[in-house]
Design a protein around this ligand. Structure first.
Ligand SMILES: Nc1ncnc2c1ncn2[C@@H]1O[C@H](COP(=O)(O)OP(=O)(O)OP(=O)(O)O)[C@@H](O)[C@H]1O
Ligand SMILES: [Mg+2]
Length: 241
């Protein structure tokens, strides 16, 4: 279980995250939504121990999160990879780091599910499209069966059909393997369809948090309502409301 207990994070003189608390159990999905600059990526960085906490504590099963080797899908797909290495090398890195054997069957299944032709992996990051790089980032995150995966806008560079296939693959693997998923997304339709809970982050604080379906039918705050209305206007919630 991921336990985020009363954390704050300061950047310069301001708190960009304030008094955030939640838990996320294995096999469960929490979607974090909220406007640009609200602190979503900072929350992921905090969970990974990449920024200092000015208050509070974050643990996985009562130990520091790094012990569980959490995986990250970064928001900027191409800069997520070392430009000097082939993508194959980067994708295999979590296996090397964990001294785990590679499983060719799993690699093939992930590549098929993500619609990645294996020879793409022989290229360098600058030689693939942004959407391909995004899916290769998901491949790298999932290759070593991590217990906790942090996704920062994992579908943002994909067309609608590929988004749907990719979301299904992530959900299928999660059902089989039971990893906990924290997914930052601007896509409320995706959050409503795939997350158990939705947390709305506003100016560094959780404005509201609860079961995903409750948020779609009856947001509790004015800001939540604004977000939901905007998603409806874009047609993103038609299928789930
Ligand atoms: N290295 C940094 N130094 C100072 N301030 C920072 C730094 N990184 C982020 N911030 C600030 O922290 C706040 C939260 O940023 P963050 O990247 O977490 O937002 P976000 O919710 O992920 O936004 P987006 O949806 O645009 O990705 C913003 O006001 C941002 O300007
Ligand atoms: Mg961000």
């Amino acid at each position: 279980m991921l336990t985020v207990d009363g954390i704050s994070v300061a950047r310069g003189r301001t708190d960009v995250l304030r008094d955030i608390s939640f838990t996320l159990a294995p096999g469960r999905t929490l979607a974090v939504v909220g406007e640009s600059g609200a602190g979503k990526s900072t929350l992921i960085a905090a969970v990974l121990g990449l920024v200092a906490l000015s208050k509070g504590d974050i643990t996985w099963m009562n130990r520091p999160v790094r012990h569980c080797r959490p995986a990250l899908v970064m928001q900027e797909p191409r800069s997520a990879f070392n430009p000097a290495l082939t993508l194959h090398r980067s994708v295999m890195e979590p296996l090397r780091a964990g001294r785990l054997p590679g499983d060719p069957v799993r690699l093939t299944r992930l590549c098929d599910g993500l619609e990645l032709l294996p020879d793409l992996l022989e290229r360098r990051p600058s030689e693939v499209s942004i959407g391909q790089a995004q899916r290769i980032g998901i491949l790298r995150a999932l290759i070593a069966t991590p217990p906790l995966v942090l996704f920062d806008e994992p579908l943002s560079a994909l067309d609608a059909v590929t988004q749907k296939h990719t979301a299904r693959l992530i959900a299928d693997l999660q059902r089989e393997e039971g990893f906990a998923a924290l997914i930052v997304t601007h896509d409320l339709g995706y959050a409503a369809a795939y997350a158990d809970e939705i947390a709305v982050l506003q100016a560094g604080q959780i404005a509201e948090m609860g079961p995903a379906q409750d948020f779609v039918t009856s947001p509790k705050t004015a800001y939540g309502l604004t977000l939901r209305e905007a998603a409806f206007a874009l047609g993103a919630l038609e299928h789930v409301a």
